[in-house]
Design a protein around this ligand. Structure first.
Ligand code: KIV
Length: 266
């Protein structure tokens, strides 16, 4: 099956078809989420938190992103694979940004990259796009700036902050971004931003008016213990299922109920 392209993603937006993006970090989950019909698979640097167990995304390296992107690309065939550019892989210079974006495409097998920030990210976005690599922007709560923002807080509250977000979104579109993630902003602000640009906005904690929605797969599957922010819908509680299955296995081993004769070679 042919992969979706950024042209198709724009056509979906133009036709009013909501765009579904889900994070994935390995081939097994990528294959399942791809088969479920997700349009975009995001190899998010959220892997620093949900896979590696850190408190922030800041420790994730380029080598780790390439490694996880390779797995997601191998496990999927339809969705467009977007790889996150990790902290400090694009902020220090435009040449860093281009070299590292190139690695995620050439070595990782992604079809697009994502990076965080408004005005300050424009030179990097322009250069990456000019080299033929599609770029997704990311505004609002940008987790790589968690210390500057003073925590994982709602962004864009108040007229001035809302207007700044709208301006940043216009700048990202002008720089060539094919889509913009809007994270943790009030619904009416996301609506203003969405109406101000012609590329799709993809919301997470940004209300009902975005062109699409994204969730972290471990969150939507209920694998992240105790993580229940207002914006999240947990479609399953797989954490309980996984723990239950592991508990049953341990108990069977202790009681010698497993393995039985049916699991034993003659
Ligand atoms: O890293 C990530 O998973 C993300 C999404 C939350 C948009 O950036």
């Amino acid at each position: 099956m042919a992969r979706l392209t950024t042209l198709k993603i724009q056509a979906m937006k133009d036709q009013g078809e909501p765009i579904a993006m889900v994070t994935a970090y390995d081939a097994t989950f990528a294959s399942l989420i791809d088969a479920a019909g997700a349009d975009l698979l995001l190899v998010g640097d959220s892997l620093g938190m949900v896979i590696q167990g850190h408190d922030t995304t800041l420790t994730v390296t380029m080598d780790q992103m390439v490694y996880h992107t390779q797995m997601v690309a191998r496990g999927s065939s339809r969705a467009l694979v977007v790889a996150d550019m990790p902290f400090m892989s694009y902020q220090a210079s435009v040449s860093d940004a281009m070299r590292n974006a190139g690695r995620l495409i050439a070595q990782g097998g992604a079809q697009a990259v994502k990076l965080e920030g408004g005005e300050r990210a424009v030179p990097a976005i322009e250069s990456i796009v000019a080299s033929g690599i599609p770029v997704m922007g990311h505004l609002g709560l940008t987790p790589q700036s968690v210390h500057a923002l003073g925590g994982f807080k709602v962004q864009g509250r108040g007229d001035e902050a809302a207007e700044a977000l709208v301006e940043d979104a216009r700048r990202l579109e002008a720089a060539g971004a094919f889509a913009i993630v809007l994270e943790t902003v009030p619904g009416h602000v996301a609506q203003r931003v969405t109406e101000a640009v012609s590329v799709p906005t993809i919301g997470i904690g940004a209300g009902v008016d975005c062109g699409g929605q994204v969730l972290v797969c471990y969150d939507l599957l209920g694998l992240t213990n105790g993580f229940t922010p207002r914006f999240l819908k947990r479609y399953e509680e797989l954490g309980r299922t996984v723990q239950g299955a592991a508990t049953a296995f341990v108990s069977d081993v202790k009681s010698r109920a497993f393995p039985g004769p049916e699991h034993t070679f003659e």
